[in-house]
Design a protein around this ligand. Structure first.
Ligand code: DAH
Length: 342
């Protein structure tokens, strides 16, 4: 009996615990009703009276020893916990988190979308991988139009059906007109692709915003007024616009729009090459062939469309000299637009 007491004491003395759960397991193993210490008390009852005096004392000592050990383990864990939380200074300022910034093209795209949303346009989007019909045929491109050439367009598959990367967001017009009857008033922001050598002034992908309004009695005067309102919101209330006759397969008549150079105020400077004007977009009245191709009655409805490059508008606003900057992800460049972030 005395050996058992001594070996159990040695065992208890060497115990360690790393969590409150482990302490509890120790308590159960030694001190609960069915525990090892209690089992010794059972053996004790069967002993002859002359041995009981001495061993009773030893047993009580063992029980106290085990109880103290469990308490000590519990306390040392709690103290370690306190230490850990005491060493965290909750009032300390956090290390600065490096936040990203909005990309300049997103800033300008959002601004363009905001302006047209306020004029009642909703946003429509379409796929970047397109077919010939949506990018060319439905938009009145002649069969031998140069844009249909490999030199200008990235084809993914040729024949029997052409699969290609859209070269303009005008394809979204077709997608919306095929599904919706007028009135239609949308703008379509998105990325477009062209087979161009990459340089400071050209890239193989860039971004456009397309606009389309179709209803009864839509006239060129409506187009002009909406574009003037847009130009003044975007570049300031002093901005003038001028429309020059142009050609696009999908509009008739077609025009290109210039704004008065906001750098020299129209007097002429190197930026506008001395002319006082800078070109910002193409536009026109939707060709009746396009309306018919998309299932809209061209005798009942008319409409206007316009398309602009987001890079171009961004360059005018922020004078980014090299187009490649937009896709290089140089944080020094991107952080320059922090202040303009909306
Ligand atoms: N799709 C033309 C381009 O990529 C831009 C454009 C011009 C769109 C005139 C139009 C428009 O809707 O009417 O250059």
């Amino acid at each position: 009996m005395i050996d058992k007491i001594n070996s159990l004491k040695a065992e208890i003395e060497s115990l360690v615990a790393s969590s409150p759960e482990e302490v509890e397991q120790i308590r159960i193993k030694y001190l609960s009703k069915k525990g090892l210490v209690s089992a010794l008390f059972n053996d004790f009852r069967a002993l002859p009276p002359e041995q009981k005096r001495e061993l009773g004392q030893k047993l009580n000592e063992l029980k106290n020893f085990a109880t103290e050990k469990v308490n000590a383990l519990r306390e040392s864990l709690a103290a370690a916990d306190d230490d850990a939380s005491a060493s965290i200074d909750l009032t300390r300022t956090a290390a600065p988190v490096a936040t990203g910034t909005r990309h300049p093209l997103s800033i300008v795209k959002n601004e363009i979308c905001d302006i047209f949303s306020r004029m009642g346009f909703t946003i429509a989007e379409g796929p970047e991988i397109e077919d010939d019909w949506h990018v060319f045929s439905s938009l009145n491109f002649a069969a031998d139009h140069p844009a249909r050439d490999m030199q200008d367009t990235f084809f993914i598959q040729r024949n029997p059906t052409d699969v290609l990367l859209r070269t303009h967001t005008s394809s979204v017009q077709t997608r919306v007109m095929e599904k919706t009857q007028p009135p239609i008033r949308i703008i379509c922001p998105g990325r477009v692709y062209r087979n161009e050598a990459i340089s400071a002034r050209a890239h193989c992908f860039f971004h456009q915003v397309e606009g389309l309004y179709i209803d009864r009695n839509v006239s060129f005067a409506d187009l002009k007024q909406v574009l003037l309102a847009f130009a003044r919101e975007m570049f300031g209330p002093e901005t003038q616009i001028r429309l020059r006759p142009s050609y696009f397969p999908f509009t008739e008549p077609s025009a290109e729009m210039d704004i008065s150079c906001h750098i020299c105020g129209g007097k002429g400077c190197p930026f506008c090459k001395g002319t006082g004007w800078v070109e910002i977009l193409g536009c026109g009245m939707v060709d009746p062939n396009v309306l018919e191709a998309c299932g809209i009655d061209s005798k009942e409805y008319t409409g206007y469309a316009f398309g602009m490059g987001i890079e171009r508008i961004t360059n005018l606003k922020y004078r980014v000299k090299d187009l490649r900057m937009f896709s290089e992800n140089d944080v020094r460049f991107l952080h320059e637009f922090d202040a303009a972030r909306k």
